[in-house]
Design a protein around this ligand. Sequence first.
Ligand code: HAM
Length: 356
Amino acid sequence: MQFQKPKGTQDILPGESRRWQFVEEKAREVCRRFLYKEIRTPVFEATELFRRGVGETTDVVEKEMYTFEDKGGRSMTLRPEGTAGVVRAYAENKLYAVPGVTKLYYIGPMFRYERAQAGRYRQFHQFGAEAFGSDDPALDAEVIALGRSFYQAVGLAGFTLEINSVGTPEVRARFRETLLRFLEPKKDLLCRDCRARMERNPLRVLDCKVDQAHFEGAPSILDHLDDACARHFDKVQSHLRAMGIPFSINPRLVRGLDYYTHTAFEFKAAGIGAIDAIGGGGRYNGLVAHIGGPDQPGVGFGIGLERVLLVLEKQGAELPGEAAPDLFFVALGEAAEARAVALLHEARERGFAAEK
Ligand code: HAM
């Protein structure tokens, strides 16, 4: 009997693993420069954390979670994303008690039961960053700058940045009514997913790839922001400009997770068929309190490393392969054989990559 890897997973084989080490090293190097510190949290958490954190009506929670009951009868879920676990760890370990902004990053596997295709896996890897404890729009811009520096560090070309403001829950509630008034007469023309989304999360309708033709003249959330939200969004933009970071505003950008407030952003690149999101994130001011922590604001991103590598390969970027030996010993005869073993070992001890 022969076994195969589960659908939507990948073996990272020798030769390819060096590329993974390369992107991971670049992520760590960029985080060192921005003074973000690594955090490692469990790959599984209580299911309830994701239900509350990511949101009951999101595709991730409704359809894509790997949930199981452990032998103690508790419902556990393989993490579908990194933010909820990091927020839990931040609250549980009282990291907020340390003065100043808490700046964290992580690299690791995430799990979503999605329809597998190029660039979409059931086990995939994210490099993510999360910063807690400040409302300052400069922090939104810093997090975006960190993501961008990573893409640049690995040599990715031609990627773009889109930003939007999704306001506060109050702003969204008001916008929702206006939007529904616009969508209602078109309801029968929309795809099945959108009709379902109209009930539960109408803001996501505008994000639909199939129905764009029907959205001409749709109301924009940016016209519905209150003063504080508009000011925050303006500041984020002026900070990005000050750093020379190009971006475009996409008022229809709504992320697939429920926790966002104010800034939402996405990095996009061509090269993996219809998939273009190589990373995304935003601010999530109510989330820490929502999962039982103190009312501390947060902002962060997650970058899909498989997608970054796929785009790099497509672009023909030069990626490191496995290192060749520095020294190669050839022994002729039995006496030399014994000597060669000793020399080989000595070379390795001294830091050479040596082989016989
Ligand atoms: P997300 O947009 O769901 O956000 O995922 C972030 C990135 O992970 C995507 O842009 C994509 O590159 C990659 N990704 C997502 N699903 C898959 C998949 N099935 N296969 C391959 N790559 C995938 C989050 O996860 C948020 N936690 C980001 C965040 C952090 N927001 C604030 N802080």
